[in-house]
Each structure stands twice: as structure tokens, then as C-alpha cells.
Write a new protein. Structure first.
Length: 296
């Protein structure tokens, strides 16, 4: 079997400075991907990278790597943009990177190596751990994610962010890619379908530099409604699977969904927070939910 090729899909909107950091983290990989697909999702003109910007970055690194630059004239959303990127890619392995995240330089090599060694093609998804940084100090790691303690996708989104995974293209195509009707939880929804068809493994590394932003979103109440809509869609999509789960796993799954809604309301100090907070605790109490009263 020949070496598997890697396509990196970077999606961006109105984050010109951040996306330059993301692209450079790909250029700094010890194993370069076959290609980078950059999808701009309708950025304002002041935030759009020019073709010459990309050419000059590539030239400064002296790289022979294909870069395909796609631009949505109007914003279509992250799901559409990621699917568009995959459609225009050719790699055997797909890796996604959000514009405000970055990779340690072994990320591609580590995950591609795991999939390359899996000659029986049983592994469809490889994920890495996260090193958290703040948007006002991108060089200071504040903490690392806790990994390796969860293996059931119904108990939680253990693969995490799209920026930290590598997917076999065949599996991505088989399950139909990202659900473009979901406004939130799109990564979790995709992982459910991927893990239904294959195995997911942790690469035993922390190669995703995940950015936390200080600024608060003034549209949080709207975001809470988006969470509710997405959760109702997920519950409907997987109602048969959820009904067949062990009762404890089912309660964990439903508790997590209610936690997600509660957290969205908590950020806006919306009293509707308590309804979903209490439902989450009733279904399966966790410290993570309990502390929402104080932190979010």
C-alpha cells in the first residue's frame, strides 16, 4: 500500500490575522500535506486574504504544495464550507483546521502515521488533545485537555473539535459529511456517524492549539435557540439508536444535550438556564454541569 495523501481544509471568516497563523502552522509541519484547501466564507473585504498574500506566504517557506483558494460570495456557514473544501480535495486523509486554531508541527505526521499503519482500515478517525491558549496571549498555554478516559460517543464528544481530527476520506464520504442543517454540534453529529462505521483513537499527543476568545457574543440568546434547534434535530436523527442504549448511557447523552443548552443560556444570564440546568443534573449529575451556576 502506498503512502496515504493528506488534504487540509481551512475555513475562515473575518479573521485575517488568525488565519495567517493557522496556515503557517500547516506550513511548519514535519510532514506536509498534499494540498491545502482554504475556504473563505463570505468575509468582509478588509478581512479577505488576497491571492498574492497566499503566494508570498508559500514563497517565504519555499514550499511546493498545492493551495486551492475558494471564496463564498455570501456566508454559507461552516458546514457548507467544510463540505465544499472536501469536494474540491483529493487526499486519502482529510484534516480540518478552523481559522483561529493552530497545530503543533507533528500533528499531520502523527495522525497520518496511525492511519497508514492501520492496514485493515478499521480506524476511521484519529483525534489529538488540546492545548488551550487565550486570544490575547497566543503563546501561553493555560491548560491541556483531559483525554483517554472516554470511549463511548454517546457519553460525550471525546474526539472534540474538528481542528483536532484526521478522517479517512472514504468514511467521510460514506456517512455524508457535515449536516448543513445543523447550526451547532455539527462536529459531534459527524463523529456519531463516523464512529458508527469505524473506530476512533487518540493519537496520545496534544497537537491542537485551541484558542479561547475573551470577547462575549452579544447574540447569545439567539445562539441558545440554535442549540435547541440542533439538539432537537440530533434527537430525532438518532432516536432509534438512543432508545436502544443502556439506560445509564442514554441518560448521560440526554444530560449532555441539556447541559449544552443550559450553558448557552448561562452565558447571557438568561433565567431559562435553570430549566435545562436542572434537567441535566436530574438525568446525570456531573461536576461539569454543577459548576455552571458559578462558571461557564
Amino acid at each position: 500500500m502506498g503512502n496515504l495523501s493528506v488534504s487540509v481544509i481551512i475555513t475562515t471568516k473575518n479573521r485575517k490575522d488568525f488565519v495567517v497563523r493557522a496556515i503557517k502552522s500547516v506550513f511548519n509541519q514535519t510532514l506536509l500535506p498534499k494540498e491545502v484547501i482554504l475556504v473563505d466564507d463570505g468575509s468582509d473585504s478588509a478581512h479577505v486574504l488576497s491571492d498574492s498574500d497566499i503566494y508570498n506566504m508559500k514563497k517565504s517557506y519555499g514550499l511546493d504544495i498545492s493551495i486551492i483558494y475558494l471564496k463564498n460570495l455570501v456566508s454559507k456557514g461552516g458546514n457548507y464550507s467544510r463540505n465544499l473544501g472536501v469536494t474540491n480535495s483529493t487526499g486519502d486523509i482529510i484534516m480540518f483546521l478552523d481559522d483561529d486554531d493552530a497545530w503543533s508541527n507533528e500533528k499531520v505526521a502523527t495522525q497520518a502515521g496511525i492511519l497508514q499503519q492501520d492496514v485493515e482500515n478499521k480506524i476511521g478517525l484519529v483525534y489529538t488533545g488540546k492545548k488551550f491558549v487565550n486570544s490575547i496571549d497566543l503563546d501561553k498555554v493555560t491548560r491541556k485537555s483531559i483525554e483517554g478516559k472516554m470511549s463511548n460517543i454517546w457519553s460525550g464528544n471525546f474526539p472534540g473539535s474538528t481542528s483536532g481530527v484526521a478522517l479517512r476520506r472514504k468514511i467521510f464520504d460514506l456517512v455524508g459529511g457535515f449536516d448543513e442543517k445543523l447550526n451547532t454540534l455539527q462536529d459531534y453529529d459527524l463523529w456519531i456517524r463516523v464512529i458508527n462505521e469505524s473506530r476512533a483513537v487518540w493519537d496520545k499527543k496534544f497537537n491542537l492549539i485551541y484558542t479561547i476568545h475573551n470577547s462575549t457574543n452579544t447574540q447569545v440568546s439567539t445562539n441558545a435557540l440554535k442549540h435547541i434547534k440542533s439538539i432537537l434535530r440530533i434527537q430525532e436523527k438518532y432516536k432509534n439508536e438512543v432508545n436502544n442504549l443502556d439506560i445509564l448511557v442514554r441518560r448521560k447523552f440526554l444530560s449532555r444535550l441539556n447541559h449544552t443548552i443550559a450553558r448557552a443560556y448561562r452565558r447571557n444570564n438568561d433565567p431559562r438556564f435553570f430549566k435545562y440546568y436542572l434537567k441535566s443534573l436530574f438525568l446525570y449529575p456531573t461536576l461539569r454541569t454543577l459548576v455552571l451556576v458559578i462558571y461557564y
